[in-house]
Design a protein. Sequence first.
Length: 375
Amino acid sequence: MSDALTLPRPDELAGWLRLLLTPGIGPDSARKLLAAFGLPEAIFAQPASAWQAVLGARGVRALESEPEELQAHLDRLLTWLANDEDHHVLTLGDPLYPAELLQMSDPPLLLHVLGDVQALHHTRRLAIVGSRNPTPQGAANALHFAQALSQAGVCVVSGMALGVDGAAHDGALQGGSATVAVVGTGLDRVYPKRHLELARRIARQGAIVSEYLLGTPPLAENFPRRNRIIAGLSQGTLVIEAAVQSGSLITARLAAEQGREVFAIPGSIHAPQSRGCHALIRQGAKLVESAQDILEDLRFTTPATITATAESDGNDAPDEDALLKAMGHDPVGLDALQARTGLSTAHLQARLLELELQGDVARLPGGLLQRQARG
């Protein structure tokens, strides 16, 4: 773990918190002040005339008064830091602050970290994002890709949301490498609550990161904003199932704007969850069918044993089940499947149940069925 970390001084933290909490001082104004005067302690030591030269009269009025809640936030943060050796806070001026985030136009002033700070400096980092309501195949793809990448020594970065995010973290943990979760709440909360045990596992084998102050609830506007950190921390972003209007596409766009590679797994042309990935591919994202595609593109060396795939390679095995062959890889209804196979309803239902129990078939909303690709 990161034993070399030193606890920031209370007055140093107070300066960063004051800059963060001051009404009317947003990221843009904060950057101007930091560029002009250096660390927050130096900013607040300046006369009002110096502030006015940078921000104008309105900025002076904002900076003159200390935020009422400053001491309460400082006390809460200091208590949290002292409570556990795996609780950390990195300021924008900290030498352990991730260098990649400094390249962004609006890097977080503070990063709260639960777990190992060194996970943020892993030499190979890939973001995996996607739908909160994936198909069974989408969830399986997220788990299998993340596991294969983790086995190859890649740190998987995601947002710990339901669906693809959670499956990606789970697969990464199974693969053995670190994983980083960037969340949209304070680190004294776990959201969604059903990921409490997952959060504990991530903190033991990687890190959970947030720019939001302790006590911050799960506000809708915070989640799209945290996506810039997911993209910024990663050398590439893989999208697994996403609607055209989704947070995952925001992450992909931010990654592209930062000069990072964007990868997408294609899906059925009939599936709404695939349309975002198809749109990305049309815009220049790289279509991938296996973890090896990503490892080779990013020049991550890997054992030759990595074989995880998103879909079948198109060469059916000689003994492939005839019913699976009839299903294809798109969602299909029972009536259509019966017409393709000529099987009786009772026989077809029995075979589908058998295949479902084997993990070869999944049931989708609307009575549809879909073949599951093996990871």
